[in-house]
Design a protein around this ligand. Structure first.
Ligand SMILES: [Fe+2]
Ligand SMILES: [Fe+2]
Length: 286
């Protein structure tokens, strides 16, 4: 974590959303030039892992939008109401772009659209059993995980080296916008009477389920594509996740902050970080 992302000490934590910081961008990433099957360092494990995330986003983001919408009528802060609109627009654009990417991945042999359908079914099953409040709490938890992964992506550009530029640029754009709207679901949840106790309970379940399912789906995708990584490629993937600068290793500390009694997503101030990266994706904006 660099200095721009240091959390404030608990006693001083009074971070807030900054008005007007959510920018809705319409993008056009050309996926037509993604023709190589293993478009991430020629490594099928790494490629399948990102393909699973891409397959997970469309149904996941629809769930986020709906769970926030259920509470919109209880929100009185006009700025938060504006931010809900922008959050919804950003997530809807993410869904569109990932659906386009997933179409391409499916054509290449990675069953990203099958992942979309599986996640959709899993969410429908969960929704039938959980209250609207619990669904919003799950969104808050997953938005925190997404935001700290986004921070990781933007602070570790080396990890994206060797990824097809169209996919890499989509990831950068998505990361920027996840950081921009990371507090919206949290503020809706807290301002409408949500409890920290429920957030913590649901986060404990998600912390086990999300990585386990993502890993299992990665293995499924490799089998479905009949694409087995070599031992060296598998090791490279593990290094990317659990190595010294690996994703899981690096997000542990910001992840734990979520359990603090006065935690707010803006405690991790990433404004300088996204200012730096915005320029990189400007040329894909339409
Ligand atoms: Fe998103
Ligand atoms: Fe999000």
């Amino acid at each position: 974590m660099n200095s721009a992302t240091q959390p404030l000490p608990a006693a001083q934590s009074s971070a807030q959303r900054q008005p007007g910081h959510i920018e809705v961008r319409k993008m056009d990433f050309s996926f037509s030039d993604v023709n190589e099957m293993d478009w991430y360092r020629g490594n099928p494990f790494l490629t399948a892992f990102i393909a699973v995330l891409s397959g997970t986003f469309p149904p996941g983001e629809q769930m986020f939008i709906e769970s926030v919408r259920h509470f919109k009528d209880q929100v009185t802060d006009p700025q938060l109401l504006e931010d809900i609109k922008d959050f919804t627009r950003q997530e809807a654009h993410h869904t569109n772009q990932h659906k386009l990417a997933n179409e391409k991945l499916e054509a290449l042999g990675w069953r990203a659209q099958a992942i979309e359908r599986r996640v959709e079914k899993a969410i429908a099953l969960l929704n039938a059993k959980r209250s609207k409040r619990e669904r919003l709490a799950a969104t808050v938890c997953l938005e925190h995980i997404t935001a700290i992964i986004a921070e990781y992506v933007l602070t570790h550009p080396k990890q994206m080296e060797g990824m097809h530029p169209s996919i890499r640029n989509m990831m950068v754009w998505h990361a920027i916008e996840e950081i921009e709207h990371k507090s919206v679901a949290f503020d809706v949840y807290m301002s409408t009477g949500g409890s920290r106790k429920m957030l913590k309970r649901i986060m404990r379940a998600i912390a086990v389920l999300f990585p386990t399912l993502t890993f299992a789906r990665t293995i499924y995708l490799l089998f479905a594509a009949r694409r087995m990584p070599s031992w060296a490629q598998f090791k490279e993937g593990m290094q990317m996740l659990f190595g010294k600068d690996g994703m899981i290793t690096s997000i542990k500390a910001p992840f734990k902050d979520f359990y603090r009694e006065d935690f707010h997503p803006e405690d991790h101030d990433n404004r300088e970080l996204i200012e730096k990266w915005k320029k990189e994706i400007a040329e894909y904006q339409v």
